[in-house]
Structure formats: C-alpha cells, structure tokens
Design a protein around this ligand. Structure first.
Ligand SMILES: Nc1nc2c(c(=O)[nH]1)N[C@H]1C(S)=C(S)[C@@H](COP(=O)(O)OP(=O)(O)OC[C@H]3O[C@@H](n4cnc5c(N)ncnc54)[C@H](O)[C@@H]3O)O[C@H]1N2
Ligand code: MOO
Length: 414
C-alpha cells in the first residue's frame, strides 16, 4: 500500500537501535555491592559466584511413597518381610537385612543396604509379607546424594538476577545472605502546570499526573531504588533546582514531559544549561522527543510527556541502560512473526511500537490485532496490549494478513 511520509519525522532522526548503542556506551556497571538477607533478594543481581557447601540431595532418598528393598532379593523371594518405616524427617533406624523391606515415604532417607524403591501402587501388602512387582532396574525411584550438585559445585554465577527459582536454590543450599550489586538509584519527576495529583478535583485544562504512576511501576519492575520527586511546574528555575537535587542524590535522573518544542517545554533547555545533551529526538513512534544526557555525575533520561511515549521509551531505552548499570547482560527481547488481523496505518519515517493483542488461532498459529486507537496519549492501549507490533522505519500502511514482527511484553511491562 503506498503511503505518504510521516509528517512528524525528519530524515536526520537517529534510529532507536543506534541510540541504544550510544547510551549503553555511556554507562558502566555499578561497582559497589552489599550483603542482603535472601528474603530481600528478589530482583537483585548477584555480585559473587555461589558454590554449594552441601551435596544436593544431601542423602540418598526415595522419589516415591512405597517400599525400599535390595533389588537382588526379588529374584529369590515371592514376598519380602516388612521390618520398619522411613519417613521424611524420621529415618529408619534399624539395619537393612537380606529378604526384608521397609515402607518409605517420598523424600525419606534410603537406609544403607537397600538399593531400590517400588511405588505403593505396585506393591501388595499382606500383613508383614510384602509382594513387590519388580521394577525395571536396580536403583529405581532412588534419588542419589549429590546427583544434582556436589559439595563445592557452582550453583549460581555472578550477574544472575535473583528470581523465584534462584531464591529457592539459595535456600536449598542453606544460604541465608547474598552479596548483590547496589541498586541503581533513580530520581524522577513529572513536569507540567496542567498536572494534578490523584485524589484532587480537576479544574478546567487540568489532567491527572499518570506518568509518575506508570514510571513508578516500571522502576519497581526494573528493581531500582527510586526517589519520587513529585510534579515540578513548567518554570525554568523550578526545573533547574529539581535537576540539581535529583543529580546530587541519584545515579539517574528521569523526567517526563517538557522535551518537545512548546513554549513551556523547558526540560531540554535546562539540561543544556546544567549538564550536557548527548542526543535529542529519535526516529521512534511514540517517543520522538526522548532526550539523553548527563547532569553532574548522573545520567539523564528525558521521557516525552505523552503517557504511551513515556512508557515505550522507558522500555526501549531506559530499561537496557538500568540493566547494564546493574550488571545484567543485555538480553535481546524475544520477537516472533504473527499474522496481522485487520489493517494497520503507518507512515514511513519512524520505527513504530504499536500496541497489539497476540494470540493463537485454531491451528496454533500466531495472530495479532491492534488494541484500537494508537494515539500516544491513549494509555489504555498499553493496558489492553500484551505485545508491541514493531514496524520498521520505512514501512507504510500494512494490509490484513501480513506477517508482522511482534515483541511480547516482558515482566517490566506486565
Ligand atoms: N510542534 C511540535 N509539537 C510536538 C512535537 C513536535 O515534534 N513538534 N512532538 C510531539 C510528540 S511526538 C510528543 S511525544 C510530545 C512530547 O512533548 P513533551 O515531552 O514536551 O510533553 P508535554 O508537552 O509536557 O506533554 C505532552 C502531553 O502529555 C501530557 N502529559 C505530560 N505529562 C504527563 C503526566 N505526567 N501524566 C499524564 N499526562 C501527561 C500533556 O498534558 C500533553 O498532553 O510533543 C508533541 N508535540
Ligand atoms: O509521536 Mo510522540 O513521539 O510520542 O506522540
């Protein structure tokens, strides 16, 4: 479908991928680390390799509720004699003798001398005489000491982000405290005279400050330490003071609004006076007027005020930056191809992040439809979506049924 050029684009605008490379080159992983209890470890990044001080599992044990015995005894006996029990936490204390068995629970220690377990369902018990269907091989249903990890074996490596599974792994090896990198400290504020806090009445021309809430959510998901500096008026001196306070207390200063070319858009101007601008404006939609630079020792990211633009630029540009500062590897987001349901409008000029709903059709093939209106002020397009439909810079309107590139939302956006 032939389409006109994007009226809001300029040929000189930088491609977002080039911008990411440029901004990643400006930051280094934080060197400081601290020790935290594992209960506070979720989302933190390990600053040390961790080896296990115990074998995993720590002792031979049963994988089933059933009976433990010597495999060779089944060849010569119709039934085995029951001589005791082994429960998880209460091991059998007797001696494993030939032609005997014990009942054993899942996770209970396997007594030395027994080598095989048969599950309850394949055993018939007639008082003390136990009739066991022979399992396929010796060692059936036994979990061996150290089969997962041996003492001294590496369990987690430095740079791993602690998720639910890692918390469990740490507890499994008995670790109560871990050394993690210091959290990136981010000070953020919204700018705009029209912004009112939730819980107040709106006067004509005012709107609620939503960006501070979505940004808080994004920062929480990115596991940083954040300082919410509230709303700063469209006043150059107020913005200057906020910049100075923020940069004195944080590794990163993050703002929303005031980066475009309006008469009250002072953010970029004050950044220029108080610090330095590395780049401003990208070939991305939404999010074109994103600004990046430095104020004192802090990194500066100026998100555009439009609510969707601020979320998209955070996701695309700020989040990789935070990851790098936290010592995480740069992971390429998962992308896939899906069949577009319905038509999509786009002018060549900028890479677009349209909001989509990804699903599978009856044959299991991926399909995606847009959430509806794609205006950069329509924040419900983000809450309805489960993916971005990513459209290349030169792509124009796109017909129903075309295969398009889709990036499912990850944990930062959900
Ligand atoms: N002449 C031009 N005008 C605009 C251009 C342009 O290239 N030339 N770019 C447009 C694009 S693209 C964007 S994106 C916006 C970004 O503008 P700003 O970053 O200066 O943001 P504001 O003007 O302050 O606000 C834009 C819009 O968003 C609302 N907003 C702002 N902050 C919040 C908040 N915290 N919570 C909710 N909503 C917020 C604000 O009321 C405006 O409606 O500029 C275009 N203009
Ligand atoms: O196109 Mo702007 O970049 O988000 O509204």
């Amino acid at each position: 479908m032939p389409t006109k050029a994007d009226p809001c684009s300029q040929p000189s605008l930088m491609h977002p991928d080039e911008a990411i490379a440029l901004l990643l080159a400006q930051v280094k992983p934080l060197q400081d680390s601290e020790v935290v209890p594992i209960s506070q470890g979720l989302g933190r990044v390990l600053a040390e390799d961790l080896a296990s001080s115990i074998d995993l599992p720590p002792f031979n044990n049963s994988a089933m509720d059933g009976y433990a015995f010597r495999f060779e005894d089944l060849a010569n006996n119709e039934s085995l004699n029951l001589i005791g029990q082994s429960y998880a936490g209460h091991p059998f204390e007797g001696e494993a003798k030939p032609n005997t068995c014990i009942s054993i629970m899942t996770g209970a220690p396997l007594p030395v001398g027994y080598d095989t377990v048969q599950m309850h369902e394949k055993v018939e018990a007639k008082e003390e005489a136990i009739f066991i269907q022979p399992p396929k091989a010796i060692g059936a249903n036994v979990r061996y000491r150290g089969e997962e990890i041996k003492t001294g074996g590496k369990v987690l490596v430095s740079g791993t982000q602690i998720g639910a599974a890692e918390l469990g792994v740490l507890a499994t090896i008995g670790t109560s405290q871990i050394r993690v990198t210091r959290q990136v400290r981010v000070a953020f504020f919204s700018t705009g005279d029209e912004l009112r806090p939730v819980g107040t009445e709106l006067a004509p021309g005012q709107i609620y400050d939503s960006n501070r809430y979505s940004i808080r959510g994004l920062l929480s998901r990115a596991n940083v330490e954040w300082i919410d500096m509230g709303v700063v008026k469209d006043d150059p001196e107020a913005i200057r003071e906020a910049f100075r306070n923020a940069s004195a207390n944080a590794d990163m200063v993050l703002t929303s609004g005031g980066v475009s070319v309006g008469d009250a858009d002072y953010t970029k101007q004050i950044l220029d006076e108080e610090g330095e601008i590395t780049f401003w404006k990208l070939a991305i939609k939404p999010g074109k007027p994103f600004a990046f630079g430095k104020i004192n020792k802090a990194i500066f990211c100026g998100l555009p005020g439009n609510p969707v633009s601020s979320m998209v630029t955070f996701y695309k540009l700020v989040w990789p930056l935070i990851n790098k500062m936290q010592g995480l590897p740069q992971a390429k987001p998962l992308q896939l191809k899906a069949k577009l349901k319905g038509e999509l409008r786009k002018y060549p000029g900028r890479v677009e992040y349209q909001r989509g709903i990804l699903s599978q059709d009856d044959k299991g093939e991926f399909q995606v439809c847009l959430t509806g209106g794609q205006g950069s002020g329509m924040l419900t397009s983000m809450s309805l979506a489960n993916c971005f439909v990513i459209l290349a810079q030169e792509q124009g309107h796109t017909a129903d049924g075309t295969l398009v590139t889709v990036e499912p939302f990850n944990t930062v956006l959900c």
